[in-house]
Each structure stands twice: as structure tokens, then as C-alpha cells.
Design a protein around this ligand. Structure first.
Ligand code: NAP
Length: 263
């Protein structure tokens, strides 16, 4: 069993729905106190209300990770509400598809601005509170897309998600003297509202490409994020963990056919 992290102050960006909501609910179930952050206050408030109704502690906060002033206000809100920041889950992200040739400069800027610059701004805003206590856990939500795989339409997205890992490695070194660890979860295809928006056919084709035979759940990702926040993970920093049901493993479609032929 892992040591309790009850009472820790946790910020989850992009937790109004999807993976972020799953992470927030998982940490709340461990007794942590949550700041639920998204641009849409009504969604963040709904998640905070769910957690509160289940006996947990959560506040909603509207902020855009692309704006430094919003991130500073977010960090201040957590400090005011909970007395500090123990854990930041920098999870907010967007994944609009656009193939090269039709991808515009503003498409590229929006994805990099949210996913990569947003990670930098969220982390930077939380550092003063973490450094003051000489303790902190930062968990980034990256993706298999970019760091491990590619997918047509997601050159900008893949660059943003691989960029998060480059950011993480240097941040982990710089923050080690403050006892702040920085790690990443790399989800495969996770059943979320965002993924559902890509269409039933995409979802079906993804299911067939996963050796474990199903899309991941938000809880699968939340469990991994929670692990990085435990006391038992104190000596792990600058690392990334793929949570994808084995999706990146088959070296060809033939490998999946062979797997199915023997089962
Ligand atoms: P989602 O269901 O679309 O939820 C995204 C969340 O982020 C929402 O709460 C959204 O709320 C918030 N958000 C978006 N832009 C924001 C901004 N500029 N500032 C603050 N909040 C913002 O997406 P998801 O599937 O849960 O994805 C979450 C993370 O997991 C992303 O980083 C994504 O790249 C990563 N991921 C997802 C999958 C997957 O299969 N779903 C796979 C690999 C990686 P508002 O729009 O109200 O701000």
C-alpha cells in the first residue's frame, strides 16, 4: 500500500471534463483538496460540485493556460484556498486535426500555445509556492502521439506533446534542488468527450489497434498520475510512463493478426 496523500493541495488544469476530470476525482478520492481549472467555469464548477457531493474538497477556477496572468491567479487561488500547492497536474490540451498543406499558422500557434506554452505557464506560476516549501510534484499529460508515434493531421499536436517531454527533462534537473519532481503520463487512446468528438469510426479503429482490446479509461491515466504524486515515487523524476494498453508495441498489423490467431 502507498502512504496517504490526504489533505494535499492539487491543481489540475483542464479538469472540467475528460482525463483532467478523472485525475481530479481520483486525487479527491484520496482525500486531496482540488482546484478544478478550465476556461469554462460552469464545467469546472460541475466537477467541483461532484467532488464536494461525494464528501471531498474542491473549488472551481476559470483560467486559460495560454495566459500568464490567469496562471498566476490560479496559483494564488490554490494558495489562498488550501495554504499552498503540493501537486500540479498540467493536463489542459487541445487536439484539432489539420494536415500539412492546409494547417495554418494560427492552427499551429493555438496547439503549441495551449499544450506547450500552457504547460510552461502553469508550471512557472506554481513554482514560487512549491519552492517556498521545498517540495512539489508536477505531472504533465503528454501523449503517445509525438513522443512515440505519429498520426496524419497531428504534426502540430505531436510537436507540442514531444515538446512537453523536452521541457520536462530540463525542468526536472532545475527543480531537483527544491525537491520538486516532474514526470509525464503518456496516454494512448482514452475514452473521453474529446475523443468521442473524433467520430465513432475513429474510436472503433483505435479499439482494434490496442492489444488489450479496449480504449483506456480516464481512471487508467489518473492512477498513473496518482502514482507519480505518492511519497513512494519520491525518487522518480524526468520520466514518462506510457499508458496505452500496449498500443505502441505491435511492429506491424501482422503482429496484431498473429496475436488474435492464437487467442
Ligand atoms: P477534453 O475532454 O477535450 O478536455 C480538455 C480539458 O482541457 C477541458 O476541461 C478544457 O476545458 C480544458 N482546456 C482546453 N484548453 C484550455 C485552455 N486554454 N486553458 C484551460 N483549460 C483548457 O480532452 P482530454 O481528452 O481529456 O485531453 C486532456 C489531455 O490529455 C490533453 O492534454 C490531451 O492532449 C491529452 N491526451 C488525451 C488523449 C485522449 O485519448 N483523450 C490521448 C493522449 C493525450 P475548456 O475548453 O472549458 O477550457
Amino acid at each position: 500500500m502507498f502512504s496517504s496523500i490526504k489533505g494535499r493541495s492539487v491543481i489540475v488544469t483542464g479538469s472540467g471534463r475528460g482525463i483532467g476530470r478523472g485525475i481530479a476525482r481520483r486525487f479527491a478520492a484520496e482525500g486531496c483538496r482540488l482546484l478544478i481549472v478550465s476556461r469554462t467555469l460552469s464545467e469546472a464548477q460541475r466537477v467541483a460540485d461532484e467532488i464536494t457531493a461525494a464528501g471531498g474538497t474542491a473549488r472551481a477556477f476559470a483560467a486559460d493556460v495560454q495566459r500568464a496572468a490567469d496562471m498566476a491567479a490560479m496559483a494564488q487561488a490554490a494558495v489562498t484556498a488550501f495554504g499552498g500547492i503540493d501537486i500540479l497536474c498540467a493536463n489542459a490540451g487541445i487536439f484539432p486535426a489539420a494536415k500539412l498543406g492546409s494547417m495554418t499558422e494560427s492552427d499551429f500557434d493555438a496547439v503549441i500555445g495551449t499544450n506547450l506554452k500552457g504547460t510552461f505557464l502553469a508550471v512557472s506560476a506554481c513554482l514560487p509556492a512549491m519552492k517556498a516549501r521545498k517540495a512539489g510534484r508536477i505531472i504533465l499529460t503528454s501523449s503517445i502521439t509525438g513522443p512515440v508515434t505519429g498520426y496524419p493531421g497531428w504534426a502540430h499536436y505531436g510537436a507540442s506533446k514531444a515538446g512537453q517531454l523536452g521541457f520536462m527533462r530540463t525542468a526536472a534537473i532545475e527543480l531537483a534542488p527544491y525537491n520538486i519532481t516532474v514526470n509525464s503520463v503518456l496516454p494512448g487512446n482514452i475514452a473521453t468527450e474529446g475523443l468521442a468528438g473524433l467520430g465513432a469510426e475513429y474510436v472503433r479503429s483505435m479499439e482494434t489497434s490496442v492489444p488489450l482490446g479496449r480504449l483506456g479509461s480516464v481512471t487508467d491515466i489518473a492512477n498513473a498520475a496518482l502514482f507519480f504524486a505518492t511519497d513512494e515515487a519520491a525518487y522518480i523524476t524526468g520520466q514518462s510512463l506510457v499508458i496505452d494498453g500496449g498500443q505502441v508495441l505491435p511492429e506491424s498489423l501482422a503482429a496484431l493478426d498473429e496475436m488474435r490467431s492464437v487467442s
